[in-house]
Design a protein around this ligand. Structure first.
Ligand SMILES: Nc1nc2c(c(=O)[nH]1)N[C@H]1C(S)=C(S)[C@@H](COP(=O)(O)OP(=O)(O)OC[C@H]3O[C@@H](n4cnc5c(=O)[nH]c(N)nc54)[C@H](O)[C@@H]3O)O[C@H]1N2
Ligand SMILES: Nc1nc2c(c(=O)[nH]1)N[C@H]1C(S)=C(S)[C@@H](COP(=O)(O)OP(=O)(O)OC[C@H]3O[C@@H](n4cnc5c(=O)[nH]c(N)nc54)[C@H](O)[C@@H]3O)O[C@H]1N2
Ligand code: SF4
Ligand SMILES: [Mo]
Length: 739
């Protein structure tokens, strides 16, 4: 007997609905797209299709590991937590809260436990040494949104299904399935855009799968998008094409300042640096101004660069100046179903990191300086690290030095289902349950989706005997951080978390539960616990919520449970001025800290274009950052980790397809085969990230066999975007020689 379960795929930002057949043993018999899903309509990509393999992976840990005599051996949960408690509490007592650093990896954002229970843990730890994958990813966008709109999560997304012109910079949605733009079946939606007469323009040094199917591909030189966008602003101003639109006129300030800033960046001036003809830049500006509905969208190739914050800012500036912000078919703000914490004024750089003085942003320090904080002695030195769903030894810069630093720590705790390049250094590994054993709701991605949608998946399979849920692991760690000894009363800790959530909701005048009685609300939630109880509260307090009886027909978790294929809350609607929470109450187009960095960009303009090679990254449809490489069906035996190089650059170096080369940067080197392809512009080479699992102690059988090298051995941790501290992972100078 098989049974069918319907749930949302947690593997990427696209949030596709899956229809999964489970056998008697609760193993996955098949995975298909859920044709009834209100958002994805049956779409499924190769990664989603292998969810069963991921679930059944024999390398996935089903019990904690504890280091004994140098070896990571299986242990019971009580023993593992006791080990954490005794050692963590000793470090806290001797060296203070900042001696314990935390690194949060990407899957936290795809998981309810990460979204709801990491914060209580961080509060309990009271450490300022927080790091995450954000600073090797989208941190610059949070900062530009913070300054422009007043909140780091106020990120406008392309209104993809209604636009006439989509200009994509530094993203490859046909492979990534979209990022900071949640839209299942992106390939289909991009095809539909062109089929209805719309245009797709892709700005990317590589002719990606997305660029291949575009109306226009501009092969920009890496790291020069800020120049290109300023030249667009320059053209709009010079040709009298600026029109923010009636809907924004009273809500924007700083237009004149931005126009003045663009003065030095004439298309003719930036053209050599960008590697794009001035005429092409001018027509892009005109096209954006003239299109009925247009939107500029920038992603990883615009944030993981030396001018990441400037580029992120200018993407929104162009959308505003062409009248396309907050208007159908332009860049719009989603309004997700859950209540979002009231926005406090955006503050940035409230602290600076101890060793390199890098700015704090969204409560974190840049991970590019984690190594420095571990290896540099002194007050505040990091002595312990807790990683949660992260693999920084593969995913972050100067990976070899970070690995060595982590190996020398007094305590490493990893909440992770695998023994990876990072967790092999752990003293304690705490594995979360299988994906199907957990419930799911996309708190983060529903706030980045191109339609307002709500979709909840209950746990499909019971937990194994003795296995705590991931939220219970995090709450136990929180209690330990507060000095308690395991076993922890998780329900008591959870009651406290709920209490704080209730207090926060009733104190927010915009919530549907403002001023309500906390004890009364608590009685309504008595039947649930854990993430479901918090989620129910957030849904009912949210903009579509039932307010526990005040808004008849409104949303609640029970309502979502009755709709397993999700509830469509409609297309995006204009959100200005409500979404704008700057001190002035207006969109700040020329915020001072961003303006201050323009001089650095101007200097870059005059840099002579060197003739060395620069390295960029890429993703593959069948892998997911560093952690799905262990699924045999995804690896398929094909060599994915190749250095792509232009035929002329290859010929100059005597390289042919398959030649093993050494790629050398300022900090390290890797040996990989070359793949000669004219998909790259000259002077640019491309290497995917997430590889390099053949390190001592890593327990990823398939990934080890698949080979490949860690591209972050090449990334120099000194190279950051100074405004955000985000690592520079694209546009690294390298040398390539035959091995
Ligand atoms: N050179 C280069 N480096 C990059 C990038 C690049 O383009 N180029 N991309 C960057 C980007 S965008 C990102 S987001 C980062 C990602 O960086 P990380 O988040 O550090 O790395 P991931 O590979 O996503 O590793 C996630 C870890 O979480 C574990 N995991 C998976 N699911 C769960 C779960 O449900 N719970 C728990 N507790 N653990 C889980 C996996 O086993 C894995 O060890 O990498 C960045 N690094
Ligand atoms: N299959 C698959 N899907 C994924 C992931 C995965 O690992 N595999 N990872 C997920 C994650 S964590 C994220 S953050 C998203 C990322 O999603 P995307 O940003 O869509 O994905 P990337 O493939 O990293 O695209 C970055 C593009 O930027 C280009 N680029 C590099 N430098 C520059 C530059 O200076 N200027 C411009 N204009 N372009 C540049 C690269 O050639 C590349 O095509 O993907 C998510 N989806
Ligand atoms: S596109 Fe993303 S969400 Fe959809 S099936 Fe693939 S991995 Fe899952
Ligand atoms: Mo990412």
């Amino acid at each position: 007997m098989t049974r069918t379960v319907i749930r949302t795929c947690p593997l990427c930002e696209a949030t596709c609905g899956l229809r999964i057949e489970l056998d008697d043993a609760d193993q996955v018999a098949s995975v298909r797209g859920d044709t009834e899903d209100v958002f994805s309509g049956g779409y499924l990509c190769p990664k989603g299709a292998t969810l069963g393999e991921l679930e059944a992976d024999p390398d996935r840990l089903t019990a904690p590991r504890v280091r004994r005599d140098g070896q990571l051996v299986e242990a019971g949960w009580q023993e593992a937590f006791e080990e954490v408690a005794s050692r963590l509490q000793a470090i806290q007592a001797e060296h203070g809260p900042d001696a314990v650093a935390v690194y949060l990896g990407n899957p936290n954002v795809h998981n309810l436990a990460g979204q709801l229970y990491v914060r209580p843990l961080l509060k309990a730890l009271r450490t300022t040494n927080l790091y995450s994958a954000s600073s090797v990813d989208q941190l610059p966008k949070h900062i530009s949104s913070g300054y422009l709109f007043g909140a780091p999560w106020a990120i406008p997304v392309p209104d993809l299904d209604r636009t006439d012109l989509l200009v994509v910079l530094g993203a490859n949605p046909r492979v990534s399935n979209g990022s900071l733009m949640t839209a299942p079946d992106l390939p289909g939606r991009l095809t539909a855009l062109r089929r209805r007469g719309g245009r797709l323009v892709v700005v990317d040094p590589a002719r990606t799968r997305t660029a291949e199917r575009a109306d226009l591909h501009l092969a920009v030189r890496p790291g020069t998008d800020a120049l290109l966008l300023f030249a667009v602003v320059h053209t709009l101003a010079e040709e009298g094409l600026i029109d923010v639109g009636d809907h924004l006129r009273d809500h924007v300030q700083g237009v004149d300042e931005v126009v003045a800033l663009a003065a030095p960046f004439a298309p003719e001036r930036v053209a050599p640096a960008c590697g794009i003809e001035a005429g092409a830049i001018r027509s892009l500006a005109r096209e954006l101004a003239e299109a009925e509905r247009a939107v500029v969208y920038g992603r990883l190739g615009t944030t993981t660069v030396a001018f990441g914050t400037t580029t992120s800012w200018l993407v929104d500036v162009v959308n505003v100046l062409t009248g396309n912000l907050d208007r159908p078919g332009g860049a719009m703000f989603p309004l997700p179903a859950h209540h979002r914490a009231p926005r406090r004024p955006f503050r940035h750089a409230r602290r600076h990191s101890r060793v390199r003085g890098l700015p704090e942003a969204i409560g974190e320090f840049p991970v590019a300086t984690l190594t420095d904080e571990i290896v540099t002695p002194g007050q505040g030195q990091v002595r312990a690290l807790i990683t949660i769903a992260g693999n920084p030894v593969v995913s972050t810069p100067d990976a070899a030095r970070l690995g060595a630093a982590i190996a020398g720590l007094d305590l490493v705790v990893a909440v992770d289902p695998y023994v990876t390049a990072t967790s092999r250094h752990a003293d304690v590994v705490l594995p979360p349950p299988r994906i199907l054993q957990r419930s799911h709701y996309d708190l983060a991605f529903s706030g980045l989706a191109i339609r307002n949608v709500a979709n909840h998946s209950p746990a499909a399979v019971p937990l194994d005997e003795g296995q705590p849920d991931e939220w219970e692991i995090l709450l136990t760690l929180a209690a330990i951080a507060l000095g308690q000894s395991p076993p922890i009363d998780v329900d008591a800790a959870d009651a406290f978390v709920l209490h704080q959530a209730l207090e926060s909701v009733v104190a927010d005048p915009s919530a549907r539960l403002a001023t309500r009685d906390v004890d009364e609300l608590r009685t309504h939630l008595a039947d649930r616990r854990g993430p479901e109880r918090l989620l129910d509260l957030l849904l009912r307090a949210g903009p579509y919520g039932d307010g526990f009886g005040t808004h008849e027909g409104g949303l609640s978790l029970a309502e979502l449970e009755a709709h397993p294929h999700g509830i469509d809350l409609g297309p995006l609607r204009p959100q200005v001025p409500e979404v704008v929470t700057t001190d002035s109450g207006r969109i700040e187009l020329a915020p001072e800290p961003l303006v201050a960095d323009v001089a650095r960009l101007e200097r870059h303009l005059d840099d002579t274009v060197g003739d060395g090679l620069v390295l960029i990254g890429r993703r593959h449809l069948r892998t997911n950052n560093s952690w799905s490489h262990n699924v045999a069906g995804l690896a398929k035996g094909q060599q994915l980790c190749t250095l792509q190089i232009h035929p002329d650059d290859a010929a100059e170096r005597g390289l042919t397809d398959g030649t093993e080369v050494v790629v050398r940067s300022t900090v390290g080197q890797v040996t990989v085969p070359v793949e000669v392809t004219d998909a790259l512009r000259r002077g640019v080479v491309s290497l995917p990230h997430g590889f390099g699992h053949d390190l001592d102690g890593v327990e990823l059988t398939v990934a080890r066999r698949a080979g490949g090298a860690n591209s972050n051995l090449l990334a120099d941790r000194q190279l950051v975007d100074p405004v955000s501290g985000n690592a520079v992972l694209n546009g690294l100078p390298v040398e390539v020689v035959p091995a």
